[in-house]
Design a protein around this ligand. Structure first.
Ligand code: ADP
Ligand code: ASP
Ligand code: MG
Length: 449
């Protein structure tokens, strides 16, 4: 039987007729090697952003159902054009919508999850000798009747379409073609010295994606991990070795910090002088959760005279909605005021080794201090340390951290410096983190909510 390859091409890879023809040639080459191919495509270039802008130019509050119908058309365009480009090369191909490919979702507009895939049509078309082009980022809602709705999978969702199809079809390979050569130690657009990784474990990639490394959608990594799909990330513009996302058995031997991630889609909300009594956090966070707003970092200060300050972050795109939802709560509970700051950014260091090695927090905060960057909030997980800083400091901060953790060096050369820092940190402070108790502040970092 011929091997089955799932290939996904991102927006920049199909931005324009020339690029689409180039993608078609690459697909034709793989087919000439004897593979069966299922190809997932994103919308061309900035099409999704342009469609969103059009909708919001018409109304501030577009109906979620209509918006999903609209956004899904971006991927319809590119799928049909890639199919036509293959025809022009004499390669049999057919474009399918997500629904035609049998992808069903839980029906949540704008952030649907894939509920199942019944790839009957995909199998039929493959059996008929065609390359199957699937419009990414979409599926139809499950329902017993015939009132299916078009739903989209959230920004970057074509990655998830590809990995889900690879898992369901038991594909031999799952390749994500994009505008960089693979996964780097930091976003190469921000850190010119970022180094490409040969392999990155699912856990580390998941954390990087969660913290803003937009190169892979979070859910695509989750699905790959759960289903054991080895994901290959590689350039659609060059023939160069990519990065494999897979179980990483050498994780303990590697540099403890594997990469940095940053995120500008962050806003900070502070509720000033909130009454310090049971039930207040619930009154604030329940309505936000109900509206699907993803509250990330939460910091509550020590209370004084029955009141306390409560700060948290939300995606910047949800800030207006957050304020609207909290207005009645503010009146009810009687805070002094609600302040917001949408010029902050999030910077994280990620590495599976962080959990067992002290000193990383101290080294991170030290590097930021030396670079003159003020830290506004901190949170940690077992394999990550995250700080909120001013957006203006982002580039300086990320580059300083990249240097401090010697991420530009090949892994084999890092070990010695790592060992020194680890020892120094143990000598200097708390054996668990290598951090001295914070001075003054009294803010309590909490985990991700
Ligand atoms: P596509 O349109 O192919 O889906 P995206 O724009 O979604 O591409 O993702 C690719 C971009 O992700 C790169 O251009 C790069 O700027 C950014 N990126 C962020 N973090 C990383 C990282 N650690 N490694 C590689 N790319 C990254
Ligand atoms: N076109 C969608 C987006 O821009 C999905 C994707 O590119 O993966 O988010
Ligand atoms: Mg993407």
């Amino acid at each position: 039987m011929s091997p089955l390859v799932v290939q996904k091409f991102g927006g920049s890879s199909v931005a324009g007729a020339d690029r689409i023809r180039r993608v078609a040639r690459r697909i034709a080459r793989e087919r000439a090697r004897g593979s069966d191919l299922v190809v997932v495509v994103s919308a061309m270039g900035d099409t999704t952003d342009e469609l969103l802008a059009l909708a919001t130019a018409i109304t501030e509050d577009p109906a979620p159902r209509e918006l999903d119908m609209l956004l899904a058309t971006g991927e319809h365009q590119s799928a049909t054009l890639v199919s036509m480009a293959l025809h022009a090369l004499g390669v049999p191909a057919i474009a399918l919508t997500g629904a035609q490919a049998g992808i069903t979702t839980d029906g949540r507009y704008g952030r649907a999850r894939i509920a199942g895939i019944e790839p009957v049509r995909v199998h039929e078309e493959l059996a008929a000798g065609k390359v199957v082009i699937v419009a990414g980022f979409q599926g139809r809602s499950e329902s017993s009747g015939d009132r299916h709705e078009v739903t989209t999978l959230g920004r970057g969702g074509s990655d998830t379409t590809a990995v889900a199809l690879a898992a369901r079809l038991h594909a031999d390979r799952c390749q994500i073609f994009t505008d960089v050569r693979g996964i780097y130690t930091a976003d190469p657009r921000l850190v010119p010295k970022a180094r490409q990784l040969d392999v990155v474990g699912y856990e580390e990639m998941l954390e990087l994606a969660h913290q803003g490394a937009q190169v892979m959608q979070v859910r695509a990594v989750e699905l790959g991990w759960v289903n054991g799909v080895v994901i290959e990330v590689l350039s659609s513009f060059e023939d160069a070795p990519g990065t494999l996302i897979k179980e990483d058995p050498f994780v303990e031997q590697r540099n403890k910090v594997r990469g940095l991630a940053h995120d500008r889609n962050v806003a900070k909300v502070t509720l000033v002088e909130v009454p310090d009594r049971p039930g207040v956090a619930r009154a604030v966070f329940d309505p936000l959760a109900e509206d699907g707003i993803n509250v990330d970092m939460i910091v509550q200060n020590v209370g004084h005279r029955g009141a306390t300050d409560l700060s948290f972050t939300v995606p910047r795109v949800d800030l207006a909605r957050t304020k609207r939802i909290l207005e009645p709560v503010i009146r009810e509970l009687g805070f002094r005021e609600l302040t917001t700051d949408s010029s902050v950014a999030k910077v994280s260091i990620v590495g599976a080794g962080i959990q067992n090695a002290p000193g990383y927090a101290a080294r991170m905060f030290g590097a930021l201090a030396d670079a003159g960057v003020n830290i506004e909030m901190i949170s940690t997980s077992e394999i990550r340390i995250t700080t909120i800083i001013a957006e203006d400091d982002l580039e300086v901060a990320v580059q300083a951290l990249h240097r401090a953790f010697e991420l530009e060096l090949p892994e084999a050369e890092v070990t010695e410096a790592e060992a020194e820092v680890t020892e120094a940190a143990v000598d200097a402070g708390d054996p668990a983190t290598g951090v001295r108790a914070p001075r003054g502040g009294g803010a309590t970092p909490t985990g991700t909510a």
